[in-house]
Design a protein around this ligand. Sequence first.
Ligand code: 8OZ
Length: 392
Amino acid sequence: MDGAQCLEAALTEPHNRRAVGALFERADVGALHLDNRIVMAPLTRNRAGPRLVPSQFAAEYYSQRASAGLIIAEATQVSAQAQGYSDTPGCYSDAQVAGWRKVTDAVHAQGGTIVVQLWHTGRVSHTSFQKDGQAPVGPSAIRANTKTFIAGQGFVEVSTPRAAELSEIPGIIADFRSASGRAIEAGFDGVELHGAHGYLLDAFLRDGSNHRQDAYGGSIENRARLLTEVAAACAAEIGADRLGVRISPVSPANDAHDSDPQPLFNHVVERLDPLGLAYIHVIEGATGGARDNEPFDYAALRKRFRGAWMVNNGYDRAMAVEAVESGRADLVSFGRLFIANPDLVERLQTNGPLNPLMEAETLYGGGAHGYTDYPKLTQRLAAPAGLGGVSS
Ligand code: 8OZ
């Protein structure tokens, strides 16, 4: 069978790997056994310590949230070159693996399941993060109209990237593969590839950022090649049933744009499906904003994929219940709600009150405040007067 015939055969098999049931019911997602379908989305918090080791507070932060069916730990570099922001952690050195081990042990001790999101920021980076102050690497030498955060300087325009040499691409794929292996060594239950938000894998997908004329640019098939090859390499390393991919088909985050996203992402999902991934995680609409910024047929993607389907972006309790009960999604991820509510699952189950977010300055960078000091419902009831300010 050639590739197209394999895909056709695969697509006509019964959808026996798809999870079914309601939001609070358990689900088997590839090799991951989840207690419920509520997922903590990956959240950049810029608190890594020296050598980009996860912060001393990270084990407590994540274990507080272990009742999530699945935690997706924050975007984490696959290499030093992959960094684009201050104080985001890595998963390529022994010290980083040892730091993550404390996190995964703490989450597992609470009965949780945790994967890590692996990224290469690509053109969403700055010379100050790169060896010898070089330009960051992207598909083409086209600057993204977006900013990064540099500690001590605040928000700064990203640098103009240089186009990755064709000869560098195997090394980038190898970095993803090796970081996914190190993630398993660190005790993670799996890995999510960051294929969204204009970072390297997404930037290769889109004709707004990819003007290459080699095998990784031009046609949709060529632009999808890097993501597919990275996913195949990571699947070979850790098992496809422990691997997920996040995409954001119409999000303009970080200046991501494509002239025709529907056929592009239909093709991306068609190429990912035969790998047998655990899940695809889709940001619907504009990240953190309008869900209907551009017409897009998400059902067309889902019908091309037999693994679990995870949705994100602005979901509240009613929307999440509807999405899972209707069968439109298997899993729903929550970002900001999980920052403010470590026991979000219990609060959604009981339709309890939700904490608001603390000061915006606590989102990115800092220490325990705004990170590990959001109260749980039980703490809230018993809370001394000083904690009252954060409950709604
Ligand atoms: C907010 C700030 C910095 C990075 C993403 C990893 O957009 C991020 C991110 C979010 O996916």
